[in-house]
Design a protein around this ligand. Structure first.
Ligand code: AGP
Length: 609
């Protein structure tokens, strides 16, 4: 998730490009750059770091006479944040430059073909492949060139493109990545999102799927990928800039909850080719995996809760023992680790001090370290032997939601990948599992469509001060995450508890002021959890149950309220049952007037021990 902008008009392009990018930094901020049409040439200026670095350089150059330009603020996916990997990227000819938001999934194949044709590459990015591809196809007609190129690229891409032979034209492309056109007076704009153009205009046109836009100072023409003209649907925006950055949601947390179907697709689809799993450039040999003694998952907070869920299905699918550790404990318990141990570090930020220290401890003991991280180029990513990136985009709200869900989806793929290599899983189960993963975005959307129902339930319970989350197996792990979400943003002291463990003491706390949130989604142990629900009800507790639609008859007899999630493969159901708990926490915190995006006492990344 990056931010792109573009300007064509009579005025100086630079002020709009910088101002527009500053409104898109919530989409990525590890590097930025512009490409300007300047005296017959395309001039690129780009730098690693926040936008201010670029702004200071452009200020010092005091360029006035620039009327065409594109700009970019980056959230790295391929290639660490650096000056070279920053956008824009330019063709070897120096004629064509572009900025990109999305992921070109077949970039390695395209790159190898271009290298065979003598094309030189300077960056590690998938995006430079698009610039070089356009350069290699260009024969003087830019529109025809773009048409050819988009037919050869797979994945998601929104492009802003300039060509030195077209000083009065700005080109743009949209496929599976957001892009709007802003309509001005004697000037027009492109941008990844509305906040970027609001300082100039409120008249926008959202590009539809697979469209090419050709803009001049006084015209905007849209075409489909075959070159057929397309209608322009112009709307007027009445949002404030702040609302626009949150996509008109009140908080980044709700915006990020609603983004989960898209970011899960963005994270899994490049790794699923014809129902087969392709894990980027990670390669585990059969021999290495067969000799693997154990897997240790180490993390903090919500990332640790992903690990708690993962333990169950990695053991199930690979028949390898899995230990799960809090990083702050792992580093001081002299773990039994050797070079037959694979340590998996999970971290959204990639900078959490305890997780980084645990990584170094594991490596010092000879383990191979795989990390699952959201921030490209972060310390944990850089120091790991292997990295799997979640492509959730920047997560602004302190309470993680979309990063948790993308980590879970990615670790499903990892477990299946290893299970397949070890022949520990049959073909039929393998493909059933993959289908259930591919169905997650749609099923999560179905749950999100019911968010009003969850808001109503929150209104019933938001003043409750004693809340227990109970569940068994992976349901218990989801309870841990649900309880943390509630605690960190609503400040209610809740507790997650293994449902079968309650009767060994804690049930003494249950009374008629207690709300018990029971997660009961697994067929095999459903009845066990129902009997635990009966235990707490008989002590006066109110019960809110989260379960799958097929269990309505039994659960409605023992719960005061029930939230149903679609039926899925047991092992992937945690990705569904966590969603109502995220929404419940959000609405309870909102009803209690809490600062949801920036809860007290917390930081988005805990970089101290
Ligand atoms: C979760 O909502 C919290 N922000 C926190 O528990 C977080 O999961 C933990 O600090 C780990 O952060 P990381 O994923 O960036 O390593």
């Amino acid at each position: 998730m990056c931010g792109i902008v573009g300007y064509i008009g009579k005025s100086n392009a630079i002020p709009f490009l910088i101002q527009g990018l500053s409104k898109l930094e919530y989409r990525g901020y590890d590097s930025s750059g512009v490409a300007l049409y300047d005296n017959g040439k395309i001039k690129i200026t780009k730098k690693q770091g926040r936008l201010k670095v670029l702004e200071d350089i452009l200020d010092s150059e005091k360029k006035e006479n620039v009327h065409l330009g594109i700009g970019h603020t980056r959230w790295a996916t391929h290639g660490n944040p650096s000056d070279i990997n920053a956008h824009p990227h330019i063709s070897n000819s120096g004629k064509i430059a572009l900025v990109h938001n999305g992921i070109i999934e077949n970039y390695i194949d395209l790159k190898n073909n271009l290298i065979k044709k003598g094309v030189k590459f300077s960056s590690e990015t998938d995006t430079e492949v698009a610039a070089q591809l356009l350069g290699s196809l260009y024969e003087g007609d830019m529109f025809e060139t773009i048409k050819k190129a988009v037919g050869m690229m797979q994945g998601s891409f929104a492009f802003g493109i300039v060509c030195s032979d077209y000083p009065d034209t700005l080109f743009a492309v949209k496929k599976d990545s957001p892009l709007i056109v802003g309509i001005g007076e004697n000037e027009n704009y492109i941008a990844s999102d509305i906040p970027a153009v609001l300082s100039k205009t409120r008249k926008i046109c959202r590009l539809k799927e697979k469209q090419i836009a050709v803009l001049t100072a006084n015209s905007i023409d849209l075409f489909d990928f075959e070159g057929n003209p397309a209608e322009k649907a112009i709307t007027t925006v009445d949002w404030s800039v702040d609302a626009a950055e949150k996509n008109n949601y009140e908080h980044f947390m709700m915006k990020e909850i609603m983004e989960q179907p898209d970011v899960i697709s963005a994270t899994i689809s490049p790794r699923l080719k014809n129902h087969e799993i392709k894990l980027d450039d990670i390669s585990f040999t059969k021999e290495y995996l067969e000799n693997l003694g154990k897997i240790c998952i180490v993390a903090c907070g919500s990332a640790y809760h992903v690990g708690c869920v993962a333990k169950y299905f990695i053991e199930k699918l690979t028949k390898k023992p899995v230990e799960i550790d809090l990083a702050s404990e792992f580093r001081y318990r002299s773990p039994i680790i050797d070079n037959n141990t694979l340590v998996i570090i999970i971290s959204q930020s990639g900078e959490t001090a305890d997780s980084l220290a645990a990584l170094r401890e594991a490596k010092s003991l000879g383990a191979r370290v795989l990390s699952i991280v959201n921030v490209v180029g972060s310390s944990i990513a850089n120091e790991s032997d292997d990295v799997l990136y979640t492509w959730a985009g920047p997560e602004i709200a302190v309470a993680t939601t979309k990063a948790y869900s993308t980590q879970l989806s990615l670790i499903y793929l990892f477990a299946l990948y290893v299970g397949k290599i070890l022949n520990a899983i049959g073909d039929e189960e393998y493909h059933e599992f993959i289908e259930s993963i591919e169905a997650l975005p749609q099923k999560i959307s179905e749950i999100l469509d019911k968010k009003e129902q969850i808001e109503k339930i929150a209104k019933k319970y938001y003043q409750t001060e004693k809340i227990f989350f109970i569940g068994r197996n992976v349901d218990y792990s989801v309870c841990m995450e649900g309880s943390l979400k509630l605690k960190e943003i609503s400040y209610i002291h809740s507790e997650a508890y293994a449902a079968g463990e309650l009767k060994h003491g804690t049930i003494s706390l249950i009374d008629d002021e207690t709300l018990v949130i029971a997660v009961a989604t697994l067929d095999e142990i459903f009845d066990k959890t129902v009997s635990n629900i009966r235990e707490v009800r008989s002590r006066g507790a109110k019960v809110l149950a989260i379960t799958t639609v097929d269990k309505s008859e039994k659960i409605s007899q023992v719960a005061d309220n029930v939230i149903y999630v679609p039926k899925s493969y047991d092992s992937t159901t945690p990705s569904l049952s966590v969603i109502p708990l995220q929404l419940l926490s959000y609405h309870v915190a909102k009803l209690r007037g809490c600062d949801i995006d920036k809860p007290r006492n917390l930081a988005k990344s805990v970089t101290v021990e």
